[in-house]
Design a protein around this ligand. Sequence first.
Ligand SMILES: *[C@@H]1O[C@H](CO)[C@@H](O)[C@H](O)[C@H]1NC(C)=O
Ligand SMILES: *[C@@H]1O[C@H](CO)[C@@H](O)[C@H](O)[C@H]1NC(C)=O
Ligand SMILES: *[C@@H]1O[C@H](CO)[C@@H](O)[C@H](O)[C@H]1NC(C)=O
Length: 287
Amino acid sequence: MNVFVLVTLLAVAAACAMPAAARLPGASYTWDEKTAYTMLEYASASYCDEKDLLDWSCNVCVGNTTGFVLTGYWTDPVTKTESFSGYHAESKAIILAHEGSHNTENWITNLKFKKADLVDYPNATGAKVHRGFQEAWEGVGQEVSDHVADLVERFPEYRVYATGHSLGGALAVLSSLYVTVKKPHVPVHVYTFGAPRVGNDAFQLYFQSQIENAVRVVHSTDIVPHLPFRFLGYHHAPLEVWEHNGGYKVCNGSGEDPKCSDSVVVPTASAHAVYMGIKVNGCHARS
Ligand SMILES: *[C@@H]1O[C@H](CO)[C@@H](O)[C@H](O)[C@H]1NC(C)=O
Ligand SMILES: *[C@@H]1O[C@H](CO)[C@@H](O)[C@H](O)[C@H]1NC(C)=O
Ligand SMILES: *[C@@H]1O[C@H](CO)[C@@H](O)[C@H](O)[C@H]1NC(C)=O
């Protein structure tokens, strides 16, 4: 399926879109631009090589992330995407960052839409997630969250953040839930950039019921947050912040505010690569 066919399908999808589901704690999620920018720097660093992350010398390893200490690095056997973890003493933060796909167009084209039950989560009745994202997370999930549990034990007063761009954003949603519900049972703050929809409405409601704060930045006409389609039963969680017309519009708590990126008629793949002025995927030098 090429991008043109996708855009046509999107128009159909918009016409069939279900009314937004209201409610829940997500309504109190908050937006903070500086934190989002810093989290984007970590998400962007996840596209760099391990050797440049070890001593934090990668192109984007500057600015607010200076002083970050890498403690864990994993490659998912299925998607070959990388995740890293570590801490930043100055901001008292434990970071879990997930890499997205290097080739956006290929990834979109190959994206399948099958759902699977979210199993082994208490009280998650009816919650379903994208099978491919779930498989990508399961490849490293246990190991990663054991590691985060160790960091939480070392730095109990630090705040835990999960972040990622694109597929990495979907992984951040799944990892934050795992870390909160299973291990180490701590609140997690989630920042995603150009993330696709991860699960159905029951899933996003469950996510809201467990996750302390979640911010989902969508740049302009980026196509990826429109996928997988709502008419297939997928539903975003709040809080969407739409980077649009040179500013940031904080959207309503429904997760699918019709006045934010859902209002875009012709989504584009090109808007996926740049967030908050940073060219995200590919480990580019900061301009
Ligand atoms: C979000 O906005 C839409 C349209 O204005 C409205 O229908 C919906 O009820 C709102 N949801 C929340 C949770 O405020
Ligand atoms: C941290 O990020 C903000 C943007 O939110 C930027 O204005 C500031 O210069 C950054 N600080 C450093 C040390 O780069
Ligand atoms: C599951 O729901 C029960 C009953 O509402 C509640 O007591 C329990 O704390 C919930 N567990 C989780 C992990 O949310």
